[in-house]
Design a protein around this ligand. Structure first.
Ligand SMILES: [Zn+2]
Length: 512
């Protein structure tokens, strides 16, 4: 008997997959084709969409020796005898019961490979002799680099259906799909699946709250701050600095809260120079008021990587833009950490004429769905609307959660450390799992066969069980029906008021 490494092997380097494995928190390495890879060296071998035919030899020998394969397309014909067909798909839903998934449908808007003519043939989990095999038709490398946005219905779908301009191919959800597949493949091999837990141990989730201070006056700000204190929450204020220029010093007294940067003037433009000079102006007046921002949230949540270098030069170390990712795990891009937030706020619900009880139901249900499936719960609001009673109730929902309360800066700090210590678990011959970097703050999450539980294991082997509650997962039928509705509505011009903003060459006109 040999020790079993529970890490992942890549047939060749693949930036999209590598980013996602870092988010999941599991060690990986690229195969050395001269030496070969033993199934004791890695639990799963990932084969990309395009691989050289010489490299594919390993995709044959690894499963023959008992290793599991996740195939994004290059090996499917060789291993299954079926040629994959590509089709354009908008939304994908795995067949019910195939995977333990908190997210039951994915926006893709891309060419997806299918191993058959059925609508769910983009995902197939099977066995080839002794080896577990999964075909996944997503071109993850392309999807992960897709920065297009679109208006999407997000969150809890019964009742009101708010939309926001978010990432077009559901960046928040893909890591959970990949983690569920890796878990299934490991378990099919009779092995546990283990990764660095997503949150500081032993918490099942994290709770964050953010305020964008768009056009708010001093009264708005002070009243909202009282609400936050009443609920004992931590808050990160993203300042519309130009609106508070005469009294910026007020924010210095906001101990325990974090002060971050939204803008000087509230606009978003494709003109990079305009954006750069706005950032300079905001940072300079904030610094003059002894406020030093390390975080940035772009107006309207619109992500543009062209300003990343400029943000870094201004001391910014993280961004939070729902146009890049939402309701998911942080990801590092151009050296800046992207911290996803839930994109629907009270203002969005107001714009679709939601009444008080619909707003309550929306936040209660959306927050539950996120937290029960272990996704981060990060909400945002604006202090300048006239629905404080509603804000108070939303904060009540947030403060009732058992997530660890963090500011965005604290979340970034935790996540940067976590990214540097992915789990490298080893299953020893006596059946114990060992991982060097597991600690109380950075536990190891272990998933056993035939169990919906996640077991958190800290350095001293103290175990905490967290039960996945799949009953709160979104119904894929709902999402598919909504996407059809979106398409028809767009054709009728129903969403035209949104579309003009996207096609406008300059986003300067995007004012609330
Ligand atoms: Zn704003």
């Amino acid at each position: 008997m040999e020790e079993q490494r529970l890490r992942i092997c890549l047939l060749s380097s693949n930036t999209g997959i590598e980013d996602i494995l870092r988010q999941i928190g599991i060690s990986f390495f690229v195969a050395d084709h001269a030496k070969g890879v033993s199934p004791f060296d890695a639990s799963v071998l990932i084969v990309g969409r395009e691989e050289s035919s010489a490299d594919l030899q390993l995709a044959k020998s690894f499963p023959e020796a008992g290793g599991a394969i996740l195939d994004l397309g290059a090996a499917s014909e060789m291993l299954t005898g079926i040629q994959a067909q590509k089709r354009m798909r908008n939304v994908l839903a795995p067949k019910a019961g195939v995977l333990d998934l908190p997210v039951s449908a994915f926006d893709v808007d891309a060419e997806v490979a299918h191993l058959g003519s059925g609508s769910d043939d983009w995902l197939k989990i099977d066995r080839m002799g002794i080896a577990p095999y999964c075909f996944l038709g997503l071109d993850i490398k392309v999807m992960e680099s897709d920065r297009r946005t679109a208006f999407r219905r997000v969150g809890h779908f019964s009742g009101v259906k708010p939309a926001e301009e978010v990432s077009r191919c559901g960046h928040g959800a893909v890591p959970f799909l990949l983690a569920a597949i890796l878990r299934r493949l490991c378990n099919e091999r009779g092995l546990p699946f283990a990764h660095r837990w997503y949150h500081p141990g032993p918490h099942r989730t994290v709770t964050l709250f953010r305020l964008d201070t768009d056009f708010s006056d001093r009264d708005h700000i002070e009243s909202y701050r009282t609400l936050i204190k009443k609920h004992g929450l931590k808050c990160t204020w993203f300042l519309h600095a130009g609106a508070h220029e005469k009294w910026l010093g007020l924010f210095r007294s906001f101990d325990e809260d974090e002060i971050a940067l939204h803008c000087y003037r509230h606009f978003n433009s494709h003109d990079v120079n305009l954006m750069r000079s706005d950032i300079d102006k905001a940072v300079s007046i904030m610094k003059a008021a002894y406020l030093v921002p390390v975080g940035y949230a772009a107006p309207y949540g619109l992500y543009d990587s062209q300003i990343d270098a400029h943000l870094k030069a201004n001391g910014i170390s993280y961004r939070s833009d729902f146009g890049r990712a939402h309701d998911g795990l942080p990801v590092c891009e151009n050296g800046l950490l992207q911290l996803p937030v839930h994109p629907i706020s009270i203002g969005t619900l107001k714009s679709v004429k939601a009444d008080e009880s619909e707003m309550d139901l929306y936040f209660e249900t959306s927050v539950q769905k996120l937290s029960r499936s272990f996704r981060p719960v990060a909400l945002y609001d604006h202090p300048n609307h006239d629905l404080f009673v509603q804000s108070e109730r939303m904060l009540g929902v947030l403060s009732a959660l058992d997530g660890m309360r963090l500011t965005f800066r604290e979340w970034a700090k935790f996540w940067n450390s976590r990214l540097s210590i992915p789990a490298d678990p080893v299953l020893s011959v006596d059946g114990k799992i060992r991982d060097e970097n597991t600690s109380d703050e950075f536990p190891l999450a272990v998933y056993l066969r035939n169990s919906h539980d996640v077991i958190l294991q800290n350095r001293n082997d103290i175990l905490t069980r967290l039960a996945v509650d799949l009953s709160v997962a979104e119904k894929s039928d709902d999402l598919i029906a909504l996407r059809r509705f979106d398409l028809q509505a767009a054709k009728r011009g129903f969403l035209a008021k949104h579309f003009w903003r996207r096609t406008s060459p300059d986003r300067e006109e995007r004012m609330k």
